[in-house]
Design a protein around this ligand. Structure first.
Ligand code: PLP
Length: 433
């Protein structure tokens, strides 16, 4: 067996049948445990270079992968001598090969492949934009069907470089939380299954390849890891990747400090971690959420239900690594974006700009030893660059629903749309958890 799942709370082993929740009912993440404790790099395309530590059996011929390079000019501006950039986006001059321009594509690949291998059904994904675009792209290149639920105002963010004929796109007249709520109810319909977010080990291990790539490039685990977080899934994934690298033994024994950040004024994780509370208190940490969310520049960072308190989640990752979570203003993010683009030569996703601003502030505040090794996770970029090489194909919504609408409006068209994709495995959807 290539891998097993293990509940981080009860420690019981769990066979993977597209299982995203502990069967004994623990409020805890499941984590993959791979038979190979040493990471064996494979001569395979994209993230399949790391397939020993991905919860899939097959290999897809896709080039998407994170790249790690040593920063010179941006690092010099900050007075750092040992800064690596983990870049997930489109930048062919540096090997950046992700056409939808964010690390969400690193999650989408193993998630869709695992789903197909386990025969679990058709995936439903709620997204503010980046996740939806990534899943649409992987659906387009593999033909695996996906249902996307996106706020109407963000539909323009859903585009692909190949025709996405197997995507059913639902626009919700509301915000990201309304889209999530509608997508959750949608899984009551037939063979539709929730993608599971942070609870899905394929998503986490796919994102974990950013840390794996950085560690094999530098030959060691970095001292500091920087990332802007919405759900925090990427940061949990980086931590878990380091736990595996530590066990491997060749990359050092020290975990990196996680330096996370959110975009003011919506900063629930900053508040909760500042008090070292395991649980978010919505009335305190997300006071006037609808209004504060609207004022955030990088709206992928506005998740209202992050996997924070759950065992094996963000609180544990921060505790284990002596982590930090900082608030970053829109202005600081814009300034950082200009500095990064001017020094490194590539445009940033707004969330990656928030992260760059946090690194600038941390180095100015003297939090970092200038010689320590730092990994800046540039989670998205290259939107300008990709337009030079590709004609971007926008997706149109198959239907638009009001926030909180009943499923009646979509039941008939989805059932009709699903028919050609029906395969023997769709009957077993009810066994997936
Ligand atoms: C989703 C996203 C993030 C935040 O990642 P989480 O894992 O949700 O914390 C950061 N940057 C970009 C570009 C993203 O798309």
């Amino acid at each position: 067996m290539k891998y097993n799942l293990r509940c981080v709370e009860g420690r019981e082993a769990v066979e993977d049948r597209y299982t995203n929740a502990c069967p004994s009912g623990h409020h805890a993440l499941l984590r993959t445990e791979y038979a190979r404790e040493r990471l064996n790099l494979r001569d395979l395309p994209g993230i399949f270079r790391f397939c020993d530590w991905l919860p899939v059996e097959e290999v897809l011929p896709l080039d998407a992968r994170p790249v790690t390079y040593r920063s010179r000019e941006f690092a010099r501006e900050l007075g750092l001598t040992n800064l690596d950039v983990g870049f997930s986006g489109y930048w062919p001059e540096r090997g950046g090969s992700i056409p939808t321009c964010t690390f969400k594509e690193l999650e989408a690949i193993p998630t869709l492949l695992r789903l197909q291998e386990k025969g679990a059904g058709t995936l439903v994904v709620a997204s503010a934009g980046n996740t939806g675009r990534a899943f649409a792209q992987i659906s387009a290149v593999t033909g695996i069907p996906v249902v996307l639920v996106v706020p109407e105002a963000n539909v323009a963010r859903i585009w692909t470089t190949e025709p996405a004929d197997a995507v059913f796109l639902i626009a919700v007249d509301g915000d990201y939380s309304d889209a999530i709520e509608f997508a959750d109810r949608l899984t009551a319909l037939g063979p539709l299954v929730a993608e599971g977010g942070a609870k899905n080990v394929a998503r986490r291990d796919g994102m974990g390849t950013v840390m794996l790539d950085a560690a094999v490039t530098a030959g060691r685990i970095p001292d500091h890891y920087f990332q802007a977080v919405g759900s925090g899934t990427g940061a949990i994934a980086a931590w878990e990747a380091c736990l595996r690298l530590r066990r491997d033994g060749r990359f050092g024994a020290r975990l990196p400090r996680l330096h996370l950040c959110q975009n003011l004024p919506f900063i629930p994780l900053v508040h909760a971690w500042q008090d070292r509370r395991r649980h978010l208190i919505p009335a305190l940490d997300m006071f006037r959420a609808r209004e504060t969310v609207r004022r955030v520049h990088a709206d992928v960072l506005t998740n209202r239900n992050p996997p924070y308190g759950i065992r094996g989640g963000l609180f544990d990752a921060l505790s284990d690594t002596d982590g930090t979570v900082s608030p970053i203003s829109n202005d600081a993010a814009r300034i950082a974006s200009r500095l990064f683009e001017g020094t490194e030569g590539i445009d940033l996703d707004p969330a990656a700009a928030v992260n760059a601003a946090n690194l600038i502030e941390a180095s100015e505040a003297g939090v970092l030893d200038p010689k320590s090794s730092v990994l800046l996770n540039v989670t998205g970029g290259g939107y300008e660059r990709v337009k030079e090489d590709y004609c971007l194909l926008p997706l149109a919504a198959a239907c638009t629903v009001r926030a909180g609408a009943s499923l009646d409006a979509v039941r008939a068209p989805i059932t009709e749309w699903l028919r050609p994709f029906e395969a023997p495995w769709t009957g077993s959807a009810s066994s997936a958890s």
